[in-house]
Design a protein around this ligand. Structure first.
Ligand code: FMN
Length: 206
């Protein structure tokens, strides 16, 4: 059973993009068919310039209807005041038709993020995204503490039981660390195996 997974991300300065690319690669290593997609931007070039945003990557942009093609989604986006950026909310708002028809019921979802600081809202960003999944009937897959890096207090490591995360620094100068990448790869592997197991079970019980 091949898990069909979309890694769907939004990134202004590149940290979440780095996590997303690593997760897509890792999911493929574990046998998933993976598309790496971006959430469309809603900010003007002028605003992005004032924010010193990095150039947009050339990954294709996701459209709401595309979600129906996958068994699982890994959603990644940086925190804005402890929750999702407006572009991500706008994308979620555009899925109303899918909600009305129950098109995403029984699919699986995971969340990863990035914050400026250690206590900037990684967990609240995941927690405030779970209602989107709940309303669609998307089964949320957390990662627990199985990745040993999450219990490492020897250095700053982003991530939580809710999903992988980077810590970018207030000026964005801190790159995603090797340990944060390990957590991201763990999440991609665990999510891929969960989706594949779920799909295989569905076939057996149909
Ligand atoms: C409007 C705005 C609000 C933000 N709010 C928070 C926040 O609540 N907590 C935090 O730690 N970082 C906050 N940040 C920093 C971003 O989370 C940080 O730039 C991001 O993690 C970098 O990820 P990216 O490189 O993928 O864009 C905010 C940034 C902006 C522009």
């Amino acid at each position: 059973m091949v898990a069909k997974i979309a890694v769907i991300y939004y990134s202004t300065y590149g940290h979440v993009r780095t996590l997303a690319e690593a997760m897509a690669e890792e999911a493929r290593t574990h046998g998933a068919e993976v598309d790496l997609l971006q959430i469309p931007e809603i900010l003007s070039d002028e605003i992005r310039g004032k924010m010193h945003a990095a150039p947009r990557a050339d990954h294709p942009e996701i459209k709401p209807q595309d979600l129906t093609k996958y068994s699982g989604f890994l959603f990644g986006f940086p925190t804005r005041y402890g929750r999702a950026p407006a572009a991500v909310s706008a994308f979620f708002d555009a899925t109303g038709g899918l909600w009305a028809s129950g098109a995403l019921v029984g699919k699986l979802g995971g969340i990863f993020t990035s914050t400026a600081s250690q206590h900037g809202g990684q967990e609240s960003t995941a927690l405030t995204t779970i209602p989107f999944m709940a309303h669609h009937g998307i089964i949320y897959v957390p990662i627990g503490f199985a990745a040993p890096e999450l219990s490492d207090n020897g250095e700053i490591v982003g991530g939580s039981a809710y999903g992988a995360a980077g810590i970018a620094g207030g000026d964005g100068s801190r790159a995603i660390s090797a340990k944060e990448l390990n957590v991201a790869r763990y999440q991609a592997k665990f999510f891929t195996q969960t989706v594949a197991t779920f799909e295989a079970g569905k076939e057996k019980t149909a």
